[in-house]
Ligand binder design. Structure first.
Ligand code: G6P
Length: 607
């Protein structure tokens, strides 16, 4: 996610802003910039690390004690100097930084271009600078308010103008923002760590609020202008913990970000009736109808997302759909061709094997869709179509929120293709849309049950092997649950389709061996329970993941991780979360370096 800064006070703003941006580096970014006002506004920005921006700032040394700053993590337009924030209107007198997504950016841009505005970047943010300038009539607060009325989406926005040179106006619509209260100075930041070394006293800005900062201090109102009273929040975290939003590890923070991530992934893309808009998925309806096969290719967690995608595509679209590990596909002489769509799934978009498999599929005539989290990544640049997952930077090596975002994105692609081909009728499309829109709430409910995951973790923390079972979509989710446990707890674990158990693995099931059974697929429920009975008969300790309305599971399992009742198609996404929490807590109990597991790397850019 992008990082935002603002400063009004007696110090040189450039120094304060750069220092704050460095402290937001952990959020991940690809470019950075600042704007400092001293009568006129100086804007300085640079692609790449903050050291590059520092060099630019050192050369210019912009004077001024009020300013705004930003670290950008690309969502619209590749990382570049031009796309870095701050952005200005044509006169350069209005300057904005922004975090989040403007849903209706295309129509707003079209209108602005039509009325003669010239754009210098590909970002949705620049629209805001033009809009504020157009709306300005001597009152920056009123201009920003009118822009927020038309700019739909989830974002945080900070604005400054030469016309009111000692004022900053900021708005929070969903995306986070805090105000730091110094001695005769005020800071705005997207996160507490940016200024924690300068003050421990904060005002937490809530969704739908506006902040006006000037030399007299800070005023919080609703966006409509009604005054808001806010208690000062005194932070007693150290800097390391503050970076993690108060969580002990990035992995846990990222698990808790998942409801918001699902909202981001869906924002502006899905209608209630199941219609989808995927801006960079450009194949036409004839192409969708002509498809003969779909290939998912990926590695690691992304491969497990591919397993879910393939199960979903087969179920919904009735198209032969295959999943291949990228490192296998590239040497397997895959039968992929011009009648196939290859979906390469990669959080980073830089995994060497995935890039190679995707290129090979393209060279054999297949269209290639990149499903990735990183805008402008190599995979995205290689692709014919791109669907960005919008999970924000993921810092923990073990992937959680990027995985959930991949699953949600796969449902969107399935809807896009299925509606055209007629495999997904209106009712089913609306049912899936409803399920996806309910997902953030369902995930919140699961997170509220973390204690149950801790209790389950206690039951397996001393085991030497853990087995995960599931069928259909549940098997795909079980695979990821097992990988998560392996990665962070270093426990041996395996996942298998429940029906496969008695063809070998049952020999390993003895008294006390933990089994984690995922049971969200109603049509396969009895089959999964037969496998559960088989392991129980050998003394296994069974932990099940099952819906709240499952009345028989307590008879089958020793421990039940309950998840809110959901449709079969959505349940597996919900079931993934308690499995992440179990893995996390086992690792924590075993005292491991959870965010940096031994021997593993976040992005594997060699074969
Ligand atoms: C590494 C990471 C995994 C990740 C895999 C694929 O192994 O440790 O968490 O799933 O690479 O990465 P990608 O960026 O292609 O999704």
């Amino acid at each position: 996610m992008c990082g935002i800064m603002g400063y009004v006070g007696p110090q040189q703003a450039a120094t304060v802003l750069l220092d704050g941006l460095r402290r937001l580096e952990y959020r991940g970014y690809d470019s950075a910039g600042i704007a400092v006002a001293n009568g006129a506004i100086a804007v300085l920005k640079a692609e790449g690390k903050i050291d590059r921006l520092q060099a630019v700032v050192d050369a210019v040394q912009p004077p001024g004690t009020i300013g705004i700053g930003h670290t950008r993590w690309a969502t619209h337009g590749a990382p570049s100097d031009a796309n870095a924030h701050p952005h200005t209107d044509a006169s350069g007198k209005f300057v904005v930084v922004h975090n989040g997504i403007i849903e209706n950016h295309q129509s707003l841009r079209d209108e602005l271009v039509e009325s003669g505005n010239v754009f210098t970047s590909e970002t949705d943010t620049e629209i805001l600078a033009h809009l504020v300038a157009d709306a300005y009539d001597g009152d920056l607060v009123a201009a920003v308010r009118s822009v927020v009325d038309v700019a739909e989406g989830a974002y945080a926005l900070v604005v400054m103008t030469e016309h009111e040179p000692r004022k900053i106006v900021a708005v929070r619509r969903v995306s986070p923002m805090v105000v730091g209260l110094g001695d005769g100075e005020t800071f705005i930041a997207s996160d507490i760590p940016a200024v924690l070394h300068r003050t421990k006293r904060f005002l937490i800005v809530e969704d739908g609020e506006m902040v006006v900062v000037d030399d007299s201090g800070v005023r919080i109102t609703t966006i409509d202008g009604d005054p808001v009273e806010r208690d000062v929040f005194v932070v007693d975290w150290d800097a390391g913990r503050a970076e993690k939003g108060g969580y002990e590890h990035f992995m846990l923070k990222e698990i808790y970000e998942q409801p918001a991530v699902v909202t981001e992934t869906l924002t502006g893309r899905l209608d209630q009736d199941g219609s989808v808009w995927l801006a960079d998925v450009t194949f036409d309806n004839d192409y969708a109808r002509s498809l003969q096969s779909v290939w998912f290719t990926a590695c690691g967690t992304a491969y497990h997302a591919g397993l879910v995608g393939a199960a979903l595509f087969r179920k919904l679209l009735r198209i032969p759909t295959y999943v291949e590990y990228a490192h296998e596909m590239r040497y397997n002489e895959p039968l992929v061709g011009s009648e196939s769509l290859t979906i390469a799934v990669s959080q980073s978009g830089e995994t060497a094997d995935t890039l190679a498999a995707a290129r090979q599929a393209r060279s054999q005539g297949s269209r290639m869709l990149a499903l990735t989290n990183v805008v402008g990544s190599t995979l995205a640049r290689d692709a014919d179509d791109v669907l960005y997952t919008r999970a924000g930077p993921e810092i923990s090596v073990a992937s959680t929120k990027a995985y959930i975002a991949m699953l949600v994105a796969e449902y969107l692609i399935a809807l896009r293709i299925g509606r055209v081909r007629g495999d997904v009728d209106k009712d089913l499309a609306a049912e899936i849309a409803l399920g996806l829109n309910q997902l953030p709430g369902l995930l919140e409910e699961v997170l509220a049950r973390e204690d149950a995951a801790i209790a389950a973790a206690e039951q397996i923390v001393d085991a030497s092997d853990v087995y995960y079972l599931g069928r259909g979509l549940d098997y795909a989710v079980a695979m990821e649950g097992s990988l998560k446990l392996k990665e962070v707890s270093y426990l041996h674990s395996e996942a298998m389709p429940a029906g496969e158990l008695k063809h070998g693995t049952l020999a390993l099931i003895t008294e006390g061996v933990p089994i984690i059974a995922v049971a969200t697929q109603r049509a396969l429920y009895d089959k999964t329970m037969s496998a559960v009975s088989e392991v129980k008969a050998r003394g296994a300790h069974v932990i099940a993941v099952a819906y709240d309305d499952d009345v028989s599971i307590d008879r089958e399992a020793h421990t039940v991780l309950r998840i809110p009742t959901a449709p079969d198609l959505i349940g597996p996404i919900v079931a993934a979360v308690p499995l992440q929490l179990v893995a996390y807590h086992v690792a924590r109990m075993r005292g491991h370096d959870i965010d940096q597991p031994r021997n593993l790397a976040k992005s594997v850019t060699v074969e």
